[in-house]
Write a protein that binds this ligand. Structure first.
Ligand code: SF4
Length: 124
């Protein structure tokens, strides 16, 4: 199957197929642990895209990829609230790449970095 997004070696397998994902760690016995701990901030930003916290689910991962402009914005906001960059974008959409901090993107280009730079300067 052709995928037009980067598969990060530490991508948590629970993430649904697609460009937005979260990171995890694999222990020696093959068990995966989500890198994202328990602050709940990303889930607040994208409640329909990320798994909701329950007693059984204490990891952050994408259950659905964004489809609309509003959902893409929610997903980007979820990535940006994490202070350890545990949520990432592996796609190549130029608009999303220009929207997000390049540190969160696997396919950031010189142009997208430049656009992000000027965009973030414009916010100040
Ligand atoms: S800071 Fe980031 S990694 Fe830590 S719990 Fe919050 S969202 Fe998850």
């Amino acid at each position: 199957m052709h995928r037009d997004y980067y598969i990060h070696p530490s991508r948590l397998p629970k993430n649904v197929e697609g460009a937005f994902y979260t990171l995890g760690c694999k222990s020696k016995d093959g068990t995966w642990w989500g890198e994202c701990l328990a602050c709940g901030a990303p889930e607040d930003q994208a409640p329909t895209l990320l798994a909701q916290w329950t007693n059984e689910c204490t990891e952050t991962y994408f259950i659905r990829q964004p489809e609309t402009e509003a959902e893409i914005e929610s997903a980007c906001n979820a990535l940006e609230v994490c202070c350890v960059d545990a949520l990432r974008y592996g796609g190549r959409d130029p608009k999303i790449l220009a929207r997000l901090n390049p540190n969160l993107c696997d396919n950031a280009t010189f142009i997208s970095r430049l656009k992000y730079f000027f965009r973030s300067r414009g916010k100040k």
